[in-house]
Write a protein that binds this ligand. Structure first.
Ligand code: NAD
Length: 462
């Protein structure tokens, strides 16, 4: 059969396209399966391999994940902003560097020992097996990389159910985790997911016999659903962190810290300042300094327009979540200078822009007559999430009183909220803060189970 020039060209184009697609395929599908059951089966096989490996070997995989989190920080940050439309590239890059450097590895898993006449007893922290992890769109790759480091350090593998609004970014991060393992000589599928993560796929994961532990990072719906699954659940749920400023605080520093914390990644972090409670006698001074720090004071009419724009009868308008202040103001027809980075206004604690967790740089300020009134209002605003609260004060009694009353997993004093993650504060980094189930800031040891190993009558050399 004779083939003319045009047909030949078509065949060549088709073959080249096929070869290119095949060459790309392993890159984009590493760890990604069509069916949830197949993904879990693959992670189970990988965990069997992992369990036979020395701890040093896990560390090699973790070193590679850390390196990849550094090397791919910019591309992941850009990808997340493009895909979700939320947050800002610069801060997301910082979050990837932070998790690479400050997420604990195998050193977090310690042994408890008793020895005496009856021998030696140890509590060893062993892996659960395959962990199910549900991740948010607000920190998509950060949560996946950080969870992977902690879970793999614990000897587990992990099946992820990422938020449908962040599939590409999440799958890219999962691919990096598997590349990190393979390059260290470990198995593929240490982190897996499905091509199309849906609620249905999550349900299959939650009910699967080979998933003994589920870590849910997200809003109240997902945490309740996981805690109702009949499985052990780590519930890292929603917050609405108040920041309290009393009359002993360094007011200009408090204003700077609050605005820096509130605007970090456009207020997406669950720990970020979401409203201010200020004692009346310093409230005006605080507002003055907040304006100096780039805050725009919204009028009553603008507040009403913001309410109508950012809130819908079904909850938050997703088009506003994680947007910067200038964009939010442009949505209500207000143009502001370049330096504006936060929207503030005064209101009662019940104001919808104050009592709702908005995840955008809108900061309502509630006045309180004294410290007891301030604590009562701030505790009410936290809504019993037991997540995060912050305070600016030099009075240790006031700090102690609020800390006890608010009873949160995180309580930052005299710093921006992100000090809790290790930015300008001591301690390790995590993006899964188990507020509802009480583990607090999760790390490798959170993802292990306690096993008692007893040697009777021997091995005590005292
Ligand atoms: P989201 O609740 O919309 O989604 C989180 C994840 O849960 C997604 O993967 C989603 O697909 C899944 N999901 C939602 N409802 C579900 C259900 N009923 N059953 C099964 N899966 C379900 O949250 P988001 O918008 O991605 O993230 C923002 C929220 O997460 C905020 O409330 C924030 O405070 C919270 N958050 C908490 C932490 C923490 O560590 N505590 C960290 C990040 C975000």
């Amino acid at each position: 059969m004779a083939v003319d020039q045009e047909q030949l060209q078509q065949i060549v184009t088709a073959v080249v396209a096929k070869l290119q697609a095949e060459r790309k395929a392993p890159e984009t599908t590493l760890g990604i399966f069509e069916e949830m059951n197949d993904a879990i089966a693959a992670a189970k096989e990988a965990q069997k391999v992992m369990q036979k490996m020395p701890m040093d070997f896990r560390e090699k995989i973790l070193t590679n994940i850390r390196k990849k989190s550094h090397d791919h920080a910019e591309i992941l940050a850009k990808m997340a902003v493009e895909e979700t439309g939320m947050g800002n590239v610069g801060d997301k890059i910082l979050k990837h560097h932070l998790l690479a450097e400050r997420t604990p590895g195998t050193e977090d898993i310690t042994t408890t020992a008793w020895s005496g006449d009856r021998g030696l007893t140890l509590i060893e922290m062993g892996p659960f097996g395959v962990i199910g992890a549900i991740t948010p769109c607000t920190n998509p790759s950060e949560t996946i990389l950080c969870n992977s480091i902690g879970m793999i350090a614990g000897g587990n593998t992990v099946v992820f159910c990422p938020h449908p609004a962040a599939i590409q970014t999440s799958q890219y991060a999962i691919r990096l985790v598997n590349e990190a393992s393979i390059e260290a000589g470990g198995p593929a599928n240490v982190a897996v997911s499905v091509r199309k993560p849906t609620m249905e796929a999550s349900k299959v994961m939650m009910a699967h016999k080979d998933i003994p532990l589920i870590a849910a990072t997200g809003g109240p719906g997902v945490v309740t659903s996981v805690l109702s699954s009949g499985k052990r659940g780590i519930g890292a749920g929603a917050g609405n962190p108040p920041v309290l400023v009393d009359d002993t605080a360094d007011i200009s520093k408090a204003a700077k810290d609050i605005v820096n914390g509130c605007t970090f990644d456009n207020n997406l972090p669950c720990i970020a300042e979401k409203e201010v409670v200020a004692i009346d006698s310093i409230a005006d001074e605080l507002i003055y300094h907040m304006v100096e720090e780039g805050c725009y004071v919204a009028s009553k009419e603008e507040q009403d327009k913001l309410v109508a724009t950012v809130l819908t009868p079904k909850g938050l308008n997703r088009k506003c979540v994680g947007r910067d202040a200038k964009t939010l103001l442009a949505m209500i027809g207000v143009t502001v200078p370049e330096q504006i980075r936060c929207i503030i206004f005064e209101g009662p604690k019940e104001h919808p822009l104050i009592s709702e967790e908005l995840m955008m740089p809108i900061l309502g300020i509630v006045r309180a007559k004294d410290i007891d009134d301030a604590i009562e209002k701030a505790v009410w605003l936290e809504h019993g999430n037991r997540h995060s609260a912050h305070m600016h004060s030099k009075n240790v009694e006031n700090l102690t009183k609020f800390g006890k009353a608010v009873d949160t997993a995180i309580f930052v004093k005299n710093a921006p909220s992100y000090a809790a993650l290790g930015f300008g504060g001591e301690g390790f980094c995590t993006f899964t803060i188990a507020s509802r189930t009480g583990e607090g800031l999760t790390s490798a040891s959170t993802f292990t189970k306690r096993r008692r190993c007893v040697m009777s009558d021997s091995l005590c050399v005292r």
